[in-house]
Design a protein around this ligand. Structure first.
Ligand code: UDP
Ligand code: MG
Length: 331
């Protein structure tokens, strides 16, 4: 099983560019012209061939129309339209699939990640680093509640994950072709790209930056999506929640056993059994709750196994548009 549904759409046979930039977009029509302007400037300054793969993740606004127009005029652009909204991580996966560059820069489309960091990242990669990830020193551009939630999540993930996933680091990073190929080759449907990249290994180093505010528009990550991403992150990186379920279950069983001893002891030595429906109810509710939590944890893993065994493609592509002159004029 492979990640992609449509291998034949991948890329025309052509020499690989030096750099690919991947930009997943969901309702970003207000932002995307400015983002492409800034990214193109940074890439053009390199003086080497590059491509910018922009993925429209089923936007309801005019993002695709804007992209189409720009892709027809700019031979560096590859515009990919997904069949519907698949979510950030799958849109990003689709983008990675279509890249051809020796080095791949992953960033958000809203300019919270400054593309100007690229030259520092490339320099680090020249030293033999395979993954240069941008770690947030500060993130004044995000709401305090979100900052708190994210800080807790990254620390929890650090405790749980089997491989080290850097703290306070999103998907903004430069990866080498071999890392990109490995991530694309992983067939999992619930994709947590930063965890998958960490899993690949090789030399991975950080550069620090301050995260800006969004250039325009609203966040596309409401709490519900953040929680789903956090669940995918933990479950795809760790089996420890299952072990915790066993521990909680064992503790609950011990507690039940102690209560039994207490009841038997009172009957044998005091001559009466503990009375009252309140203690009974509390025990039943507590045990019932614990069982449901443990079942829920197992269900999260089971649901993902179910989705994986169904074997549906992770994403579907509607169209890939490149300008006629493409591929790859020099910068
Ligand atoms: N995004 C996407 N599909 C979605 C949600 C988000 O492609 O379903 C893109 C979005 O356009 C942006 C990136 O993912 O380029 C990160 O989203 P956003 O900036 O809204 O998240 P935040 O920075 O607020 O966490
Ligand atoms: Mg953002």
């Amino acid at each position: 099983m492979s990640l992609s549904p449509l291998p034949n759409q991948r890329a025309p046979a052509a020499p690989a560019p030096y750099l690919s930039v991947v930009l997943p977009c969901y309702n970003e029509s207000q932002v995307i012209p400015e983002t492409l302007r800034r990214v193109s400037t940074v890439c053009a300054d390199l003086g080497k061939p590059y491509e910018i793969v922009v993925v429209n993740d089923g936007s309801q606004d005019s993002t695709w129309a804007v992209l189409l127009q720009m892709a027809k005029a700019d031979p560096h652009l590859v515009a990919v339209n997904l069949s519907r909204n698949h979510g950030h991580q799958l849109a990003l996966s689709a983008g990675l699939y279509f890249t051809r560059g020796d080095r791949v820069l992953i960033m958000d489309a809203d300019l919270q990640d400054p593309p100007e960091l690229l030259s520092d990242m490339l320099r680090k990669m020249d030293e033999g680093v395979d993954v240069v990830y941008a770690q947030r020193r500060r993130r004044p551009g995000d709401a305090p509640v979100k900052r708190f939630f994210c800080a807790v999540f990254y620390r929890l993930l650090d405790r749980l994950a089997d491989t080290r996933i850097p703290l306070d680091t999103g998907d903004f990073r430069l990866i080498s072709r071999r890392v990109c190929d490995q991530v694309v080759a992983m067939p999992e449907r619930h994709r947590f790209i930063r965890g998958m990249v960490s899993w690949v290994g090789y030399r991975q180093e950080a550069i620090l930056y301050d995260r800006d505010a969004r250039f325009a528009g609203e966040t596309k990550y409401p709490l519900r999506k953040l929680v789903a991403l956090a669940m995918d992150g933990i479950i795809s990186s760790s089996l420890k929640p299952l072990a915790f379920a066993t521990v909680i279950g064992s503790l609950a069983a011990c507690l039940g056993f102690l209560l039994l001893l207490y009841a038997l002891g009172s009957w044998l030595f005091v001559g009466k059994t503990p009375q009252g429906w309140a203690s009974l109810l509390i025990t039943v509710v507590l045990m019932g709750g614990l069982q449901l939590v443990v079942l829920g944890v197992m269900g999260e893993y089971l649901g993902r196994i179910h989705e994986q065994t169904r074997g549906r493609p992770a994403f579907l592509v509607d169209a890939v548009v490149r300008a006629e002159a493409s591929p790859l004029p020099g910068a």
